[in-house]
Ligand binder design. Sequence first.
Ligand SMILES: COCc1ccccc1-c1cc(O)c2[nH]cnc(=O)c2c1
Ligand SMILES: [Mg+2]
Length: 216
Amino acid sequence: TRSTRPQRLLGAVRRTATRGDPRSVVRAIDDFCRHTEWAMNVGDEKGTGCILDSVVSEVSPATVLELGTYCGYSTVRIATLLPPGAKLITLEFNPDFALIARQVIAWAGLEEKVHLVEGSSGDLIPLMKEKFGVKSFDLVFLDHWKDRYLPDTKLLEECGLLQKGSVLLADNVICPGSPDYLEYIRNSPKYRSQHFKSHLEYTKVEDGLEKSVFLG
Ligand SMILES: COCc1ccccc1-c1cc(O)c2[nH]cnc(=O)c2c1
Ligand SMILES: [Mg+2]
């Protein structure tokens, strides 16, 4: 049967990226998505020099939660920028995506820094403290289903997983869009938000990321 898009993306990584070289893995996926087949990675505009990389570098987080692994592109981007000893927990609901992501993360040589957990964020977030020994997250990258952004943010608050200064960075707040999340986070006294206009990965379609600092 025909291969899936994630399988074809992994093939491109294996063919053109150097094992153990995360930057070559990111470049291989960007080239594949720009020239061969689009895929929903945060991409090199929202990723590079722009927002994702600069926010990760600025926060220099010891603990990161990524919601929505897909093929592991942003997982590799983020993990490459983490200080020694830092941990990234990434949650993926789709087992086919998770299987590909594990291989992409392994090809980049970042298994030690990344813990990929399969399952729904709604089920897994309440388990972070007891099962994963997390006290709180310094950075949360929201890049999963847009209608889960708001409930999962409220869940993170309720589970005491955010502390003063924790940063939430949300992809796709314009396209596909998460209006209820934006409404909540921009009007809540518990957050200070900033919008970064950008474009949907590999296209000219308007998109943007929302960076919100938890004020405690
Ligand atoms: C499956 O839709 C793909 C698509 C199609 C058109 C426009 C946007 C998107 C899109 C782009 C993204 O960065 C995404 N990131 C995370 N979870 C998504 O569902 C997602 C969807
Ligand atoms: Mg996205």
